[in-house]
Design a protein around this ligand. Structure first.
Ligand code: TXA
Ligand code: MG
Length: 307
């Protein structure tokens, strides 16, 4: 990752115009919401989303929350049951996130959902995030704007202390009102489950169902059906090879060995390899550095899920 000069600009028209320009160029930008500061990028671009992970130095991929300006836009991306729509009508804009089935025509990068068929959506109330959503015209994926493993930022100075030199712009909107991340509710038809407690209580939501999980495998990740073999230098019989750099493969994560591109392509490559003929998936070696750490973490989970 190249070192960047991080600008800190007060929320206003000029800062939003600059942020929208950076979003269009595929860069992540820190922006306040009513909960915590988010690190926002164009959710329709896998490479833009990969740069969020790169800036955070996050060693694993998690599905991210996508921010949209209103319920009508949310309904172009996810399928809302009656119960989900009722919650949205009561609480949006506001600090609640709804996990709903992803629409096949949503054009959301697969890195955003970590390959899942559901998506977390939120209409934020903060004027800065609202202004950026309108100016960019894009759904914005945004986790908290902190270095991985550090606490969530509620002031622009927290973001600067954590991500200085890693992102181009922080919009300073003062301290955030709520200070904790949004409540997350999964709406599976009309059944509501609490996935993360937060500022809004939803009395009708059931507690999250832990459930039995395969070892080393988060339930909230796409798992390939086929067995996965790592660090493959060549294809064995009846395998689909996912290549990288000088190992071409049947599908490549990045023919030039670019880790941002590889992260962007990871989940769609796993889906494609699963859908092709062949009984197993082999994956070429990925360097254990930068975004390669998160890619390898995900691949190891995919391989371990079979044991
Ligand atoms: O307040 C907030 O929600 C902040 C601000 C910036 O909006 N954002 C935030 O985003 O906390 P993030 O990406 O850090 O939170 C993502 C959470 C994770 O716990 C993830 O597992 C869950 O949402 N999540 C996202 N998509 C999901 C899905 N399809 N199914 C289940 N959980 C999901
Ligand atoms: Mg976070």
């Amino acid at each position: 990752m190249t070192v960047k000069v991080t600008q800190l600009r007060p929320f206003g028209e000029a800062a939003i115009a600059e942020a929208a320009r950076l979003i269009a160029a595929g860069e992540p930008v820190a922006v306040p919401t009513e909960t915590v500061y988010g690190l926002a990028a164009d959710a329709t671009s896998g490479e833009a989303v990969a740069r969020i992970y790169e800036a955070k130095g996050r060693p694993s991929f998690n599905p991210l929350i996508v921010h949209v300006p209103d319920l009508a836009t949310a309904e172009q991306i996810g399928d809302f049951s009656l119960a989900a729509r009722m919650l949205a009508l009561v609480h949006w804009p506001g600090p609640i996130t709804l996990v709903v089935p992803l629409r096949p025509d949503a054009h959301i990068a697969s890195l955003v959902t970590a390959g899942l068929s559901t998506i977390a959506l939120r209409v934020p109330a903060h004027p800065a995030m609202q202004a950026l959503l309108h100016a960019s015209g894009k759904p914005l994926a945004a986790p908290s704007a902190n270095e991985s493993g550090r606490i969530s930022p509620t002031r622009a100075e927290h973001v600067l202390a954590s991500l200085n030199g890693r992102i181009p712009l922080i919009i300073d909107g003062g301290p955030t009102e709520r200070g904790i991340e949004s409540t997350i509710i999964a709406a599976n038809g009309d059944e509501l489950r609490l996935l993360r407690p937060g500022p809004i209580e939803v009395p009708e939501a059931l507690p999250s169902s832990g459930g039995v999980q395969a070892p080393g495998m988060l339930a909230s990740h796409y798992a390939p059906f086929k067995p996965v073999r790592l660090n493959a230098l060549e294809r064995h019989d009846d395998e689909v090879l996912i290549g990288f750099g000088r190992y071409p493969g049947d599908i490549t994560l990045s023919s030039t060995g670019n880790l941002v591109e590889a992260a962007a392509n990871l989940f769609s490559a796993l889906h494609d390899a699963d859908a092709q003929p062949g009984r197993g998936i082999a994956v070429a070696p990925i360097p254990e550095e930068g975004l390669g750490i998160a890619i390898n973490d995900r691949l190891r989970r995919a391989a371990a899920a079979r044991d």
